[in-house]
Design a protein around this ligand. Sequence first.
Ligand code: AMP
Length: 249
Amino acid sequence: MKVLVAVKRVIDYNVKIRVKPDHSDVDLTNVKMAMNPFCEIAVEEAVRLKEKGIATEVVAVTVGPKAAQEQLRTALALGADRAIHVETDERVESLGVAKLLKGVVDQEKPDLVILGKQAIDTDNNQTGQMLAALAGLPQGTFASAIGIEAGEIEVTREIDGGLQTVALKLPAVVTSDLRLNEPRYAKLPDIMKAKKKPLETHTPESLGLTVSAAPALLKVETPAERKGGVKVASVDELVDKLKNEAKVL
Ligand code: AMP
């Protein structure tokens, strides 16, 4: 069974985001980048399937600039067998990524595709759903547990107020939620070994596709600064301030 895992290069979650002075985008100059945390969970799940003898091959794929190969090497260090880079310097939105991933799915014919439920940079939460629709595959989103048996995958989904379990025929698309697993850290010897694992490069054109930066990004703004709070000495003072200063009572 072949598992394809989509990983995205994003700003490291510890970094305080800066916006470019002209508000055209987020400033990426000298910013630490990392694998999207939900993609780390997706890679971990694929590697665990291989360790359990359910998967025979784990292939990591990313769409992005040359530098995104760093995240593919991380996936290889975490246990993926090989990697595919669809190289583009264009800003590719979810639908564009889903179309390119569909191109890779057509070539690789995986039995299972695992994506993160959401990229923490744009918070779109739609690439997996779009890929499933484009590829005509069943989807199990927000997975907190999976089980594979006899050509089927059971996906326990985190939904409002509880859990829902669905059964999908393979091949299928799954997106990982936070509780699916706790990803491992890459060990130094595995990081060294990952440098020698195969990494294939494509372009959108070599997949027979073009990317368009749609929808257009109009502007990016930081959230409004919050004013500092004050401590009140009593409930009476609080009520007075709410009535006379905030005028919310
Ligand atoms: P999004 O729909 O943008 O929130 O992203 C959801 C998931 O889609 C991510 O966690 C990745 O698994 C996948 N994905 C999004 N963008 C890319 C990309 N540029 N390259 C590879 N996978 C991606």
